[in-house]
Design a protein. Structure first.
Length: 490
């Protein structure tokens, strides 16, 4: 096998339809290319005409056996293969270590992955540029449908893929020809672009769309849902694309314009779409989506006249808390609303960028973007913004501490916390009290019958029936004179 790989590194041309096709096999620095074994042969990563390809080397194979192998592709290696293969019988000749001459057939496959795999591997925030590249690539290729110069017969069946960096690749790429249904092909591309955009904005919404949970629902209803939620979030390009994709009878130009609009539309959170799709998925297989009119009824306007509200609070963190018709919300001094994905039955003022709110599901914590820092599943939550720590309980009896990112920072459960002060917070367990730091570190056992907050570096406690002060090292201050000496007043 080493002889074969060495021959491949030296042999850089293949005969393709009467022309020489240049093959570049990168050396990994160890005298060998990147390769792995399969049941059919050896797969090697290479470049062909600047495109990334897989070369499958088939030693001592007969020409007649190529068709048999073709019936088994894609190959069973870890990377998914989408494009059809190009066969080059007896393309390589090499001598083994004993000097025996061998011939080797080569199968060339373009290296890219299907739409669903591409999205799945690039859906995290750090890969959003690849999803943006994919949208631009779809927009560029869809424009060719306007004059019919580069169309593809199998595109209507959804056979599309992408390179790792997001460039669009079509199945049978070397055999591209005029499509018999350019309108259907453009519709397929538009729907691919719509899925990519939703995935970039919301991993949860894409999972609901692609995971089968909504498979029983009418496709047009799903697009109407996306359009209504997009209008709520101000994603104009998504509104147009979803409306166009809902129709089967759109013209080629409208599909192309929708794709171009998505390629320019900025990615943004879509919490309302997540909530609506999740609710729809729970309705069961014999139900359809809630009518779009119901969606629009849930949509809150972008601005509110604070004079019409039942309650208007004082500005806090530049936002004003208001209540109207029993529902609570937040707005700027001009009335611009912070959009939430579900109705709020109560809300506290913002402090240091966070506020505690309540929905029908429970208490939660939100930021000034309307995003959930802690989801609305808690029996009670207290946000101590001055000490940058959150106390929360799910069952109403067991409490823990959390940081401003919503991550749990205390290990031992307690039955409640007091008000933090000077970096410490009193905790209660089994009728006794102890101290935690606001970083979630347990500093004392639960030994005190009573315990107060620290003020000026001292706290009043009761232990074994005796009441006295302790300092922040939890040492007892035995007398008033000692306390005054410690404070430098004597």
């Amino acid at each position: 096998m080493s002889d074969l790989l060495n021959a491949l590194l030296l042999h850089t041309t293949l005969w393709q339809q009467g022309e020489l096709a240049t093959i570049v096999v990168p050396d990994t620095g160890h005298g060998k290319p990147t390769f792995w074994h399969t049941s059919d042969g050896v797969v090697v990563e290479a470049l062909c005409g600047g495109r990334e390809v897989w070369l499958t080397l088939l030693p001592d194979i007969k020409v007649a056996e190529c068709n048999e192998i073709a019936a088994r592709i894609p190959l069973t290696h870890s990377l998914e293969v989408l494009s059809d293969a190009q066969f080059f019988p007896a393309a390589l000749s090499y001598n083994d270590c004993n000097g025996v001459l061998h011939t080797c057939a080569v199968m060339v496959q373009e290296r890219f992955v299907p739409l669903d795999s591409f999205i799945r591997h690039n859906i995290s925030a750090r890969h959003q540029q690849r999803l943006r590249n994919a949208l631009h690539s779809i927009a560029i290729n869809s424009a060719t449908f306007l004059d019919g110069t580069l169309t593809h017969g199998r595109l209507a069946r959804g056979i599309v893929g992408f390179t790792p960096e997001g460039s669009l690749r079509l199945a049978d790429y070397p055999l591209a020809h005029r499509a018999t249904n350019p309108r259907g092909d453009c519709c397929s591309l538009a729907r691919c672009a719509l899925l990519i955009f939703v995935a970039a904005c919301s991993k949860r919404a894409y999972a609901l769309l692609a995971g089968g949970a909504l498979g029983h629902l009418e496709r047009a209803k799903v697009y109407e849902y996306i359009a209504a939620a997009a209008q709520h979030h101000g994603a104009d390009g998504l509104v147009v694309a979803a409306s166009v994709c809902a129709r089967e009878d759109g013209d080629v130009e409208s599909y192309c314009m929708a794709i171009a609009g998505l390629s320019r539309e900025p990615f943004r959170p879509l919490p309302l779409l997540e909530n609506l799709l999740a609710q729809a998925a729970q309705l069961g297989a014999n139900h359809c989506l809630v009518p779009v009119e119901e969606v629009r009824r849930l949509v809150v306007p972008d601005r509110i006249d604070l004079k019409t509200c039942d309650f208007v609070g004082a500005p806090a963190d530049t936002y004003i808390r208001f209540c109207k018709g029993g529902l609570w919300g937040f707005a700027s001094h001009r009335g611009d609303i912070i959009h939430m994905d579900r109705p709020l039955t109560y809300a506290t003022d913002f402090y240091e960028g966070l506020a505690v709110v309540r929905t029908e599901s429970g208490f939660g914590v939100v930021n000034t973007l309307g995003e959930w820092v802690m989801a609305d599943r808690w029996a009670d939550i207290v946000w101590h913004g001055e000490e940058n720590v959150i106390a929360a309980t799910e069952d109403g009896t067991t409490w823990h501490l959390y940081n401003r990112m919503g991550h749990q920072i205390s290990y031992y459960a307690t039955q409640g916390f007091g008000t933090p002060s000077e970096g410490y917070i009193v905790a209660q367990c089994n009728g006794k009290f102890g101290y935690y730091t606001t970083d979630g570190v347990k500093r004392t056992d639960f030994i005190y019958e009573q315990a107060g907050s620290f003020h000026g570096g001292y706290a009043l406690v009761r232990y074994n029936g005796n009441t006295y002060h302790i300092d922040t090292s939890f040492h007892r201050i035995t007398s008033l004179q000692e306390l005054l000496l410690a404070e430098g007043k004597l």
